[in-house]
Design a protein around this ligand. Structure first.
Ligand SMILES: Nc1ncnc2c1ncn2[C@@H]1O[C@H](COP(=O)(O)OP(=O)(O)O)[C@@H](O)[C@H]1O
Ligand SMILES: N[C@@H](CCC(=O)OP(=O)(O)O)C(=O)O
Length: 280
């Protein structure tokens, strides 16, 4: 059975976009041409009757550019201030672009405690369900402005997998600055080979994911994407890591083209997520 052929039947899709896929590498400012394509692709998925949740990074990258920092700041307070500036700017642009297609979007900012605390996790779940019922695209990010180091997910790869499990999505797509998973980081090892499909995420595979070596805006690298895969797959969803340099890849993936690395979802849900949340 070709798993890719079934992607077109997915009903609820979480799409995660890394900072490097949203911004110009030279300046850190938003790449508006790309964002227009992203919004068109997402609205078209909505037009096919699918629920879509967007997990968007970029608040710190955009905020630091807007506030005039020459590069991503190091101090927590500076990063938090940049996130506050950048998140508002990001949402303003998402709202504007979605409204051109008469598509509503909404903002959901989450912290670790949102998902650890049973009541707030349930509240978040109800909010997602209501928004999706209303046909709105929830746009999720970590609430960086209030999340200090101990309270942080750390990166949106893991957050997007938790959201996938929370809303019961059947597909998670991580769009990154690389074509997918390789046997090693291809930026440092030219011998690294591309992996098309993963059916079992064993220890050997988890070790292949290294930290980021290429972008100065991304966090987490492939290691956090594999943790995300472990979480998403255990909740029963399929997951794809693919290149976000051209967002038209979204409809190509949904049409079953062999692009990116596909992680096959587990057939029965297991308790890995609850375990993971307890240890967060
Ligand atoms: N095994 C691997 N396969 C592919 N990329 C890897 C691997 N190990 C480490 N990486 C690095 O992870 C980077 C992608 O992660 P990251 O910089 O966090 O991107 P993003 O911000 O787009 O999420 C790649 O550019 C690559 O340098
Ligand atoms: N929450 C942060 C992004 C954190 C993150 O995971 O970044 P990335 O590796 O670019 O997906 C922000 O909006 O700047």
């Amino acid at each position: 059975m070709d798993l890719r052929e079934h992607l077109k039947d997915k009903k609820r899709i979480v799409i995660k976009i890394g900072s490097s896929s949203l911004t110009h590498p030279e300046t850190g400012a938003l790449n508006l041409t790309k964002m227009e394509v992203l919004i068109r692709e997402i609205t078209d998925l909505r037009n096919q009757g699918k629920d879509v949740v967007l997990v968007s990074s970029g608040a710190i990258a955009v905020g630091s550019q807007a506030a005039g920092f020459p590069k991503r700041p190091e101090r927590t307070e500076e990063k938090q201030a940049c996130a506050a500036i950048g998140q508002a700017r990001l949402m303003m642009i998402y709202q504007k672009l979605f409204s051109e297609y008469n598509q509503s979007c909404a903002q959901i900012l989450m912290t670790k405690s949102t998902v650890q605390n049973n009541l707030s996790r349930l509240n978040a779940y109800h909010t997602f369900e209501e928004l999706l019922k209303l046909g709105v695209v929830p746009i999720v990010n970590e609430n960086d402005t209030v999340s200090t180091y101990e309270m942080k997910f750390g990166d949106n790869d893991r957050l997007s997998a938790i959201v996938t499990a929370l809303v019961g999505a059947d597909l998670l797509i991580l769009l990154s600055d690389i074509d997918g998973l390789f046997t090693d980081d291809p930026h440092t090892n030219p011998e690294a080979e591309f992996i098309d499909e993963v059916h079992e995420l064993d220890e050997d595979l988890l070790k292949m994911g290294k930290d980021t070596s290429s972008s100065n805006v991304g966090t987490g690298g492939m290691a956090s994407k594999l943790t995300a895969a472990r979480l998403a797959v255990s909740s029963g969803a399929d997951m794809i890591i693919a290149n976000g340099k051209d967002f038209r890849i979204l409809h190509r993936l949904m049409n079953g083209e062999h692009l990116g690395t596909l992680f096959a979802g587990a057939s029965g849900k297991d308790f890995y997520l609850m375990d993971y949340l307890e240890k967060l």
